[in-house]
Design a protein around this ligand. Structure first.
Ligand SMILES: [Zn+2]
Length: 265
């Protein structure tokens, strides 16, 4: 069994502020260690369910956060950014049996995480077909585009609740609950146990039933915090300007959503 894991940092158990996710800051190393442990817990659960090949995309900041020396032998780690629009799921293709998302966070426009955002801090909100557009939606849709079911999501409570309706076979682990600039975080011991247990359970389900069909068309609305940036991005091919801060992009091809997100956000 072949499993793809994408890992971010703002939705791991321990982080509540940007400095903790920034390699140049004092306490970063501790939180990067926790990110690694959460990825390893998911790998252990996957291996217990029969995974013998795991590809992990380090998908936060410079993408050099995960400690490769802690990973199991059957894992490969993709570090850095290639520039491909698959971005946080670079490396996924139709040879994988399942996809997992670890350490993901609430989207721009949602208050479930002190660091809620989508790709960058430029958007006030993004909506894809009227739903708030989280990084989880953007990249779990890539898995679906490749025919791969998304089976596990770990992150803040609001993201987990927002995301269950998208994927029928999704197991979630809410490792923290954001309230304003604060979070109530599980003990790391408990979150690691839950991640491992749910990773295993999520792969033991009927994976064919966990697959989704992508919507036939995509209506992407982006409201930028800065009107001058919105004006500049309104010149992206196919983009419509709705008002001073808000743009609209329509397409039937999901890859064009990714290409747009790659250049505009
Ligand atoms: Zn991140």
């Amino acid at each position: 069994m072949k499993v793809f894991i994408s890992a971010d940092m703002e939705g791991i158990t321990s982080t509540i502020k940007w400095d903790e996710c920034n390699p140049d800051k004092e306490f970063y190393r501790y939180h990067a260690g926790q990110m690694t442990k959460e990825v390893v817990a998911a790998c252990e659960g996957a291996i217990a369910a029969g995974a013998n090949e795991i590809v992990i995309k380090d998908a936060h900041g410079p993408a050099t956060n995960i400690d490769i020396t802690q990973l199991p032998e059957c894992a490969k780690l993709i570090r850095g950014w290639s520039g491909h629009p698959y971005s946080m799921v670079q490396g996924i293709d139709n040879t994988f049996d399942a996809a997992m998302f670890i350490g993901y966070h609430s989207s721009a426009g949602r208050e479930g995480n002190p660091m809620s955002h989508t790709i960058t801090s430029r958007p006030l909100y993004i909506k894809i077909n009227e739903e708030y557009g989280s990084e989880f939606i953007l990249y779990s849709y890539v898995a679906a585009y490749e025919g791969v079911p998304t089976v596990l999501l770990t992150g803040d409570k609001m993201l987990c609740e927002d995301s269950k309706k998208i994927h029928p076979g999704l197991y979630t682990v809410s490792v923290k609950e954001g309230i304003g600039s604060s979070c109530t975080c599980l003990s790391t011991e408990k979150s690691l146990r839950l991640i491992k247990e749910n990773a295993e359970k999520s792969l033991k389900q009927d994976l064919n039933k966990a697959k989704i069909e992508l919507p036939e068309s995509f209506k992407v609305e982006i409201c930028f915090k800065e009107h001058n940036y919105a004006n500049k991005m309104s010149y992206y091919p196919g983009m419509k300007k709705l008002d001073s801060n808000t743009l609209l992009f329509n397409t039937d091809d999901y890859f064009e959503v990714l290409r747009m997100a790659h250049f505009v956000l």
